[in-house]
Design a protein around this ligand. Structure first.
Ligand code: GLU
Length: 466
């Protein structure tokens, strides 16, 4: 007999649009995406928008834009849970017909009183099964005018166990789990139930999510089984901590993921950095998206919380930026310039090529490029320090020479050398003030190459300001 072929991998990202997703959240999209891509499977996007009070369209937009920006493309979806309510209600009715769900009429006041009694007796607060039907048990009389919640009949005795791809084997005794409310008095299904129905309907094979859901998993597994299905494989990812060592959260200042796009980070660098935030491939720090997909599997996920480090992210970004083709940088830098109202032209690829080595973001690259397209404003300090009376005659000579040389780096270099010889100066004595006047700063790459990219009239006009 031949073994059945392994089922096609199907993973999902299921964010709740209750706040702008940050890097900690998007890492929970990266891994299931990567696992689907690296195994030739499908990646599904599902928006868990049942919290009507807190869900917003703006938060959905950040999810969609952020994922598109990072290239985390989905094969199906986005599905919206609010559009699947009829389906959940139908499954709920089936479960109720099968006796797996029962109405509970306990009022909030009664539940509070129960909790108080349990706390006073030093017991864990839990529903006591008052309305759970059992053979031979008489249920209390149904109170008039009360809409019941529906509770899930959790199995009694035994354990719920799974082999978590990150945390190893986890076993929870069923007696720890009380009968979960799976529909509210108005009939709307609750969170854990919807997730299970979706994971079944979407044929999810691997649930890769944050470990803040690990407490839900045994409950979800029991619901899977009540629905006659085996649960998927689970991988619960450790938390991402912010630089202060707290759980990353919008409440303590985590930025929306799209802000990194605006700040000039590159999608491939973000993927590289986020990949390393909870997964490793030996000591490899810098890798391409293709390498990541080739290497990624669920066997090298980290077990401890990873800490975000912006300086490291900048370093990773700088490495990718340096390695990028000038032509590929052009649209990104042009976009940054456009946000400032600056229009670029055919010089931009060469400008990117000259400056990319010293930049960590496309914003930094645009800062340099701006000197070629807009006015510069050297500081008074730099002017005083470098543009001295002693050097001004040489600057004037250079301006004269540049008026009629061929506008190439070589010819400009020759004009610089001639000027040095005529005034008995060393290169830095002339190069620094020229940089300050023309580029607004004393630090630039090779001066002849830089000047060749500024328009001749602009160079001469800026030099004449000395
Ligand atoms: N909607 C949940 C969240 O945003 C994720 C649920 C899941 O992945 O199962 O935390």
């Amino acid at each position: 007999m031949t073994a059945a072929p392994p089922a096609r991998t199907r993973t999902r990202f299921a964010p709740s649009p209750t706040g702008f997703i940050h890097l900690g959240n998007i890492r929970s999209a990266l891994y299931p995406w990567a696992f689907a891509r690296s195994t030739g499977g499908d990646f599904i996007l599902r928006i868990e928008d049942t919290d009507l009070e807190r869900s917003t369209q703006a938060a959905v937009d950040v999810i969609l834009e952020g994922m598109a920006w990072l290239g985390l493309d989905h094969d199906e979806g986005p599905y919206y849970q609010m559009q699947r309510m009829d389906r959940y209600k139908a499954v709920l009715a089936d479960l109720q017909a099968a006796g797996q769900v029962y109405p509970c009429y306990m009022s909030v006041a009664e539940l509070d009183a129960l909790r108080e009694r349990q706390m006073a007796a030093k017991q864990k607060p839990r529903y006591d099964g008052t309305w759970r039907p059992e053979p031979g048990k008489t249920l209390p009389p149904v109170p008039a005018g009360v809409q019941p919640v529906l509770r899930f009949r959790n199995p009694q005795g035994g354990v719920v166990a799974w082999d978590d791809k990150v945390k190893g084997r986890i076993e929870i005794s069923n007696d720890e789990l009380d009968d979960l409310v799976i529909a509210r008095p108005d009939g709307t299904p609750t969170y854990n139930f919807c997730v299970v129905v979706d994971d079944i309907d979407m044929a999810i094979t691997h649930v890769i999510r944050g470990d803040d859901h690990v407490n839900n998993t045994p409950r979800q597994i029991n619901i899977f089984r009540a629905l006659g299905q085996e649960p998927p494989i689970y991988a619960h990812l450790p938390t991402v901590l912010n630089e202060q060592g707290e759980k990353m959260s919008k409440r303590n200042g985590a930025k929306p993921v799209t802000q990194y796009r605006d700040e000039g980070f590159l999608p491939d660098a973000m993927v590289n950095y986020l990949a390393r935030l909870g997964w490793s491939h030996g000591d490899d720090e810098i890798f391409s998206r293709e390498q990541f997909l080739e290497w990624f599997n669920l066997d090298h996920l980290g077990r401890s919380a990873a800490q975000f480090d912006e300086a490291k992210l900048r370093w990773v970004n700088a490495q990718h930026l340096k390695a990028m083709d000038d032509a590929a940088l052009v649209p990104l830098v042009a976009g940054q310039l456009a946000r400032r109202g600056v229009t670029a032209d055919a010089r931009l690829p060469a400008i990117c090529g000259l400056f990319k080595d010293r930049c960590d973001t496309t914003v930094a690259l645009a800062d340099w490029a701006q000197a070629f397209y807009a006015e510069v404003s050297p500081t008074a300090e730099d002017l005083a320090k470098h543009v001295t009376e002693a050097v001004k005659p040489a600057i004037a000579t250079l301006a004269d020479k540049l008026a009629d040389v061929e506008w190439t780096a070589a010819a400009i270099g020759a004009a610089l050398k001639d000027t040095l010889a005529a005034h008995q100066l060393k290169m830095p004595q002339l190069a620094m003030p020229v940089r300050v006047l023309v580029l607004g700063t004393p630090q630039t790459p090779s001066l002849d190459a830089v000047l060749a990219l500024v328009e001749r009239e602009k160079v001469i006009q800026r030099l004449r300001l000395a």
